[in-house]
Design a protein around this ligand. Structure first.
Ligand SMILES: [Zn+2]
Length: 295
């Protein structure tokens, strides 16, 4: 795994189409051409990024079959977009990205950002394990909604957080749920948490035996003698970070249709908060975009 360590390195290295293409070859084909038809590793390389297999003569390019295929956006701009998304601690908005890249059409900024987010998400699909705290949280809501489960005008999400004991919070996952019924909770939990793990919840009836089947279920009662006692503090910590992030980075202007991709980006960033190297994220996102990690 080889990647730029700083903004300066990034700029020095990826200012031409050729340099970006070379990097894609390195990541997708492990620095060596591989024919998608006959798997031959020998090819003639043309200046425009086309490779012709010396064995079966098929023409291919390193972007064929990837997110970059047929894009009218130069690879250089793609790379800059990916770098801005991964290198800024809190991410960028579509508008901010368009401005930074000198893109006039905001639609292009949206489309770039959507694809980069998609790649971030696919890269981190693994389910949580160990001890996992789970609780619902309400997001958005321009209208002040009634507190509680399923208040009108807000989006209900289920947040799952790995409890690493003294080491604090591990990884997280977030899912939009239609309601807090046993069925909805069951669906979301089974997507987010590895079976056999311990799931810790409050005493809401939705977390029924049926819903929690296949997990060790630990129920913490809300009605404790301690005032202000919180049975799911880790989830609440994550929820408040999430709300602040949505407000701060995106000025709260998150449309409901885009909420899922924002949530996914938040999860991706959160789960990599201690990986100091932005360059590594850059590498991972590109790797995902060229489909190199499926091998
Ligand atoms: Zn071939």
């Amino acid at each position: 795994m080889e990647y730029p360590e700083s903004m300066q390195e990034f700029m020095d290295r990826f200012h031409t189409e050729e340099a970006c293409r070379k990097y894609l070859v390195q990541i997708r084909w492990n620095s060596r051409f591989a024919c998608p038809r006959c798997s031959s590793v020998s090819a003639w390389e043309y200046g425009d990024g086309t490779f012709r297999c010396t064995k079966c003569r098929r023409d291919t390019s390193v972007t064929a079959g990837t997110v970059f295929q047929g894009s009218h956006i130069p690879l250089r701009i793609w790379f800059q977009a990916i770098w801005s998304v991964v290198s800024q601690k809190h991410g960028v908005s579509a508008l901010g990205l368009s401005r930074a890249l000198g893109i006039n059409r905001q639609k292009t900024g949206w489309s770039l950002l959507g694809k980069i987010r998609g790649a971030m998400v696919r890269e981190g699909r693994e389910r949580l394990k160990g001890v996992v705290e789970v609780d619902e949280s309400l997001l958005g809501g321009v209208r002040p909604g009634k507190r509680g489960r399923g208040a009108f005008g807000k989006t209900l999400v289920l947040i799952a957080v790995e409890d690493k004991g003294d080491a604090g919070i591990g990884r997280i996952r977030i899912a939009v749920i239609p309601d807090a019924s046993a069925k909805s909770l069951r669906d979301a939990v089974s997507r987010m948490v590895e079976p056999g793990s311990t799931v810790r919840t409050d005493e809401w009836v939705g977390y029924s035996n049926e819903a929690m089947r296949g997990y060790r279920h630990k129920i913490l009662k809300r009605s404790s003698s301690e005032p202000g006692y919180d049975p799911t503090p880790l989830v609440h910590r994550v929820a408040s970070l999430l709300k602040r992030w949505l407000l701060g980075t995106h000025q709260g202007g998150v449309k409901e249709t885009h909420l899922t991709s924002y949530l996914e980006e938040f999860v991706f960033r959160f789960n990599r908060r201690s990986s100091h190297s932005r360059g590594k994220l850059f590498y991972r996102v590109i790797q995902e975009m060229v489909g190199a990690n499926q091998a």
